[in-house]
Design a protein around this ligand. Structure first.
Ligand SMILES: NC(=O)c1ccc[n+]([C@@H]2O[C@H](COP(=O)([O-])OP(=O)(O)OC[C@H]3O[C@@H](n4cnc5c(N)ncnc54)[C@H](O)[C@@H]3O)[C@@H](O)[C@H]2O)c1
Length: 378
């Protein structure tokens, strides 16, 4: 049996949203062992949380710089191999840069950085280091999203002509109307989140889903944002027209004030021969639409699915697998890459996805600011 990969965690403490998803996902396929961490900037809380989840405290560090410094002193066969960066956005860049520069593999939460410029610097750093980098656009790990990608690639719906992706949440509605409350949320603070709240936090997932499933690149965007209040600096809702090609167009809709919505991510791709539709809140159903056939529903685990999709299913059909499994599939692909095993390029989002995402976020902000004009992506 292969040895477990030594995993370090930055952020993702007991007070966080995303920490538990990464911890559980890293364990699901038995590939990783958490050996070191800075779960929290407060050392007492950091140590306390490590004890609570039974991670040995001798490699729980005061801060990120100490983690790198101390880990580099350890023999290579004991040292952390890969670090998951699960902090608020503004810390991704300095942490990932230093990790790559010191030869660590990295799993990083989205958005990759706070600016496109930083993203380019990370790309160059990874080219120099040659280590593995994965960006956790979690939804690409779902078997039915992978099936969608493979069906489009194999021509099942013919030439794509329309995409429609949306990510609707409502949680900021309970915060945005109160000026005092607004200042307590890092996602509404440009110093911590970057230049966008809604597009940067969730619109970018929808963007990634469009490029992941279609294999096409978005070339230009026209955005219309809503900030709701004149003194609020961060978008909380946005609609983006996208052009992928002269004859391939679509839209990306995202909102944090779609009252009552939870994690309503959905994507539909229409081609000359058929359409495909998938929704995150019912992830085990992929709808196949046709002009002349009844509606078909694909489900995970059946032999009719592609190899990439089947590789993301652990149980026979009819046993629902969800968001933890989706993230686990990304960790599985990363484990293969770290071990130098063969893997499919759809098994985890890469540095290029991070770079594209940052280009998308900045371009939509620019489009909105300049009066809703078309802006070209690189
Ligand atoms: N992939 C997804 O679907 C998804 C979902 C939610 C969040 N995210 C991303 O995950 C990241 C974290 O989001 P969250 O909602 O969990 O945030 P959060 O505020 O809930 O948690 C952040 C964690 O980072 C810790 N932290 C802060 N500063 C630190 C430092 N200097 N060193 C070490 N730890 C530090 C905090 O103590 C906390 O435990 C963000 O980049 C966010 O965009 C991704």
């Amino acid at each position: 049996m292969a040895k477990k990969i030594r995993l370090g965690i930055l952020g993702g403490g007991g007070d966080s949203l995303i920490g538990v998803l990464h911890r559980v996902a890293s364990q699901i396929n038995d590939n990783y062992e958490i050996v070191g961490a800075v779960f929290n900037p407060n050392f007492e809380e950091n140590i306390g949380f490590a004890k609570q989840i039974d991670v040995p405290t001798n490699r729980i560090y005061r801060d990120f710089d100490t983690l790198v410094e101390e880990e580099l002193k350890l023999p290579k066969e004991e040292r952390i191999q890969v670090c998951s960066v699960l902090t608020p956005n503004f810390l991704h860049f300095p942490m990932v840069k230093k990790l790559l520069d010191n030869g660590f593999h990295v799993i990083c939460e989205k958005p990759m950085t706070t600016t496109y410029e930083e993203a380019k610097i990370l790309q160059a750093a990874q080219e120099r280091s040659g280590t593995v980098f994965a960006l956790t656009h979690t939804y690409t790990g779902y078997p039915m999203v992978r099936q969608m990608r493979e069906m489009i690639k194999s021509g099942a719906i013919g030439k794509v002509h329309k995409v429609d992706a949306s990510y609707y949440q409502g949680w900021i509605n309970s915060i945005i109307h109160d000026k005092a409350k607004r200042s307590t949320v890092w996602r509404l603070d440009p110093k911590k989140a970057g230049i966008s709240s809604c597009m940067g936090d969730i619109g970018v997932h929808a963007f990634n889903m469009v490029e992941y499933t279609t294999g096409l690149k978005i070339k230009s965007v026209l955005a219309d944002f809503n900030y709701l209040y004149d003194d609020n600096q961060m978008d909380v809702d946005g609609t983006v027209l996208v052009r992928m090609d002269k004859h391939v167009k679509g839209l990306i809709r995202s909102s944090q004030v779609a009252t009552g919505e939870e994690n309503g991510l959905s994507i539909a791709v229409y081609g000359e021969k058929g359409g495909l539709r998938w929704e995150q809140e019912n992830p085990n159903f992929l709808y196949v639409l046709s002009d002349d056939q009844p509606l078909q529903v694909y489900k995970p685990g059946h032999a009719y699915n592609s190899k990439l999709s089947l590789g993301g299913t652990k149980l026979p059909p009819g046993h629902p697998e969800g968001i933890f499994d989706s993230m686990a599939n990304i960790y599985l692909g990363v484990a293969r890459a770290i071990r130098g095993e063969a893997y499919n390029d759809g098994e985890f989002p890469t540095m290029l996805d991070g770079l594209r995402g940052m280009d998308f976020i900045e371009s939509t902000v620019e489009s909105n600011k300049n009066g809703n004009v078309w802006v070209e992506l690189d």
